[in-house]
Write a protein that binds this ligand. Structure first.
Ligand SMILES: C[S@@+](CC[C@H](N)C(=O)[O-])C[C@H]1O[C@@H](n2cnc3c(N)ncnc32)[C@H](O)[C@@H]1O
Length: 250
């Protein structure tokens, strides 16, 4: 997977490959990260990358020319990758969008700073705008790092255990089930007995039921997008009945 990131702060974005899952994936050559700094493409002595907005108002905008030249330089090396502008006004990022990127093999992120980027550059160069949530951060770098991390988890071989990503929340449209580790009893709370006994089929059914039930409780909107077969519907019905009886999660 090839990631190209256009950013005024390459040293910040490069931190994403400094440790953990993404760091290991980079060490194994499962991904390549290239940062492109628009400041390198400025034409004036002061290497100016910002300018005042037409119409006045607070804040500055990123200058068009250094950004466009940086994009052209990236395009020399990455002709296929879609150019994504990270923006609070973009499409909310979803797991399924990220999974598609792994199939495409490369992606280019444009990180805004200041009040953002000239609208004409977005219209002419950007394929899509992505948002990491309904809040405003100071620059696109952290948003790009979030996307790089989330995409990397989906690259085959990037996670230690092949099935880890498949069991993550959202991968099949549901939230993940709850997990437990030792000790078996913690401050009076026991691990569900069934997990300790080790009957694999029962454990699988329990996990599936918990994932369905959790999603029903916490993110019912997700259930609207999936069709449950009879077996799964029965598991969810049983969870809901139990919840209504006890007022607690099963
Ligand atoms: C201070 S923000 C500019 C916000 C812009 N004035 C607005 O309100 O739409 C600077 C940059 O941070 C990035 N950014 C801010 N919030 C973001 C979000 N929720 N998702 C993705 N990128 C974001 C964008 O690249 C943006 O150009």
């Amino acid at each position: 997977m090839r990631f190209d990131v256009i950013t005024l702060f390459p040293e910040l974005v490069e931190q994403v490959i400094s440790c953990g899952v993404v760091g290991r994936a980079a060490d194994q050559d499962l991904l390549q990260l290239n940062c492109w700094n628009p400041r390198q493409y400025t034409l004036d002595r002061h290497r100016t990358v910002d300018d005042r907005p037409y119409g006045g108002g607070p804040g500055m905008l990123m200058k068009v020319q250094p950004l466009q030249d940086a994009i052209r330089a990236v395009r020399q090396q990455n002709k296929q990758g879609r150019l994504i502008y990270l923006s609070p006004q973009g499409i909310p990022v979803k797991q399924a969008m990220l999974a598609r990127q792994v199939d495409e093999g490369s992606i280019i992120f444009l990180c805004g700073r200041y009040e953002g980027v000239d609208e004409r550059l977005i219209r002419q160069e950007v394929d899509e705008e992505w948002s990491i949530g309904d809040y405003v951060i100071s620059g696109g770098e952290l948003a790009a790092m979030v996307c790089i991390d989330a995409i990397t988890r989906l690259i085959p071989g990037a996670l230690g255990h092949d099935q880890s990503a498949q069991q993550d929340s959202f991968s099949e449209g549901l939230l993940d089930c709850p997990h437990y580790t030792r000790p078996e009893e913690f401050q009076g709370c026991k691990v569900p007995e069934l997990l300790v006994k080790g009957n694999h089929q029962q454990i699988e059914d329990w996990r599936e039921q918990q994932a369905l039930g959790r999603t029903w409780q916490r993110r019912p909107d997700l259930l609207e997008h999936i069709v449950l077969d009879d077996r799964r519907q029965a598991l969810l019905d049983e969870y809901i009945d139990e919840f209504k009886k006890t007022g607690q999660k099963t």
